[in-house]
Design a protein around this ligand. Structure first.
Ligand code: GRF
Length: 247
């Protein structure tokens, strides 16, 4: 037996299969500030995986520039070039699968997904939404919350299912609404909270702590309550130094 054969056999016996970094594909449509939060987390070793591609249905999305600057493959896949939602989602599935992702992250991807698309990636697709779900599914969440005079607003990370903004919630961050708040201030404060919680939820998933099941989201094997885990206003404000900024 040659020494080469010997060392190869021995290594095969003793070395576990290498586990590559978990692969993440991020879908965006716009500014991509949440994408930036995920990139920053990755650069500080706090994401638990690697963003291997960013795909936008809007070719001018600023988020594509952010991806490019971070050395991440940035793909424009304009929906206007497809005849139907189904044709577009079929093309999107192909581009996504080429990157063999463990997780697909929707970070401001402003498209309604076809059931075929959702089924293909069910259980490994997370979205961020600017409200405390199940309140205010859909658009214009800040204006609707203000019009209702709610005391609490916030954001949610949830698994994506066929029901728009209706999948199991994983993590929320609360925001106490004040008399001075406007759509703009709410948007800003909610965005800051999104940037805080989205990388955390992605990290949990990539570490294998978070699972989608038919009954709901599970964390470390335990079924989460319908609103997922919650970061209180006080804790979020402290993390973000908001009180200090307001003073
Ligand atoms: C966020 O408010 C997110 O909740 C919603 O779309 C917005 C995306 O913002 N789904 P950005 O592009 O990440 O800045």
């Amino acid at each position: 037996m040659s020494s080469t054969e010997y060392s190869t056999d021995t290594l095969n016996d003793l070395t576990p299969d290498p586990v590559g970094a978990r692969r993440v594909v991020v879908l965006i449509s716009g500014s991509g500030s949440n994408l930036q939060a995920l990139i920053d987390a990755q650069q500080h070793d706090r994401l638990g995986g690697e963003i291997v591609a960013v795909i936008s249905n809007e070719p001018d999305a600023y988020g594509l520039k952010r991806a490019h600057e971070a050395g991440i493959e940035a793909v424009a896949l304009p929906h206007r070039e497809y005849d139907s939602r189904d044709a577009y989602d079929g093309a999107l599935i192909k581009v996504i699968e080429r990157h063999e992702p463990d997780l697909i992250v929707l970070a401001g991807f402003m498209r309604i997904l076809t059931p075929r698309f959702v089924q293909r990636f069910l259980g490994r697709m997370l979205n961020i939404h600017p409200s405390l779900l199940p309140a205010y599914q859909g658009l214009n969440t800040h204006a609707r919350a203000l019009a209702d005079g709610v005391a609490q607003h916030g954001c949610s990370v949830h698994f994506v299912t066929e029901e728009l903004d209706g999948g199991p919630v994983v993590l929320q961050a609360e925001l106490a609404v004040t008399a001075d708040d406007s759509v703009e201030t709410l948007k800003e404060k909610v965005h800051a909270r999104e940037h805080l919680i989205f990388p955390i939820a992605v990290h949990w998933f990539l570490e294998g702590r978070l699972q989608y099941t038919a009954e709901g989201a599970r964390m470390d094997g335990h079924l989460l309550p319908p609103h997922g885990m919650r970061l209180s206003h006080a804790d979020a404000a402290e993390e973000l130094d908001e009180e200090a900024n307001d003073a």
